[in-house]
Every structure is written in C-alpha cells, then in structure tokens.
Design a protein around this ligand. Structure first.
Ligand SMILES: [Zn+2]
Length: 103
C-alpha cells in the first residue's frame, strides 16, 4: 500500500494543526503570502464563474452604456455579488478599469 498523505492528514488532525502553527510561527511572511494567494485565487474563480454565467444568460444590445456608441461591447461588472453589470465598448471599458486601478 502506498502512503496516502491526504488520509494521513485526516487521521492526524491534531498533528497537522500543530505543524501548521509551527510553520506559521517560523515563516509568518511566507504564510501570509500563501494565504493571500489562496484568497485571491478563490475570488478570481468566483469572478470567472459569474462572468461565464453573465455571458451565457444575457443577450448584448451592443450599445455602450457610457458613450452610447453602437459597437461591439463587453459586459463590465460593477459588482460580482450581487451580480450587477453594464455593457461597455472597448474604450470605455478600458478607461473604467484605468480609473478603478488608480483609486
Ligand atoms: Zn463607450
């Protein structure tokens, strides 16, 4: 039988916990970065799923919300939860994101 790490972790929760605490104590910066990475990945996954759903369930009018230009548009999310979005042309989409990044 090969050694099953996951099963071992399940059977030794106490040990795993103390290992984690020890690691955290000795590598606080690394641990924090790992935690942040994990949170970011999870948020990105949720966002990607919402974007997919939005594209699937909504027809585009291809009229930009900001400049009212009738061109190819993208859904721009004002919020992912609740799911609130508007249609923007490429240019307005870019400038909105630029503004958000500056804040
Ligand atoms: Zn526009």
């Amino acid at each position: 039988m090969t050694f099953d790490k996951k099963q071992w972790a399940k059977d030794n929760k106490e040990k795993m916990h103390s290992y984690r605490e020890k690691y955290k104590k000795n590598n606080l910066e690394k641990y924090k970065a790992m935690q942040e990475d994990y949170d970011k990945n999870r948020k990105d996954k949720v966002k990607a799923r919402v974007r997919q759903k939005t594209n699937y369930h909504n027809e585009k009018n291809n009229v930009c919300h900001d400049c009212h230009e009738g061109v190819k548009t993208e859904f721009h999310h004002l919020s992912y939860s609740p799911n609130i979005f508007i249609e923007l042309c490429r240019n307005c989409y870019k400038s909105r994101h630029l503004e958000e990044d500056l804040i």
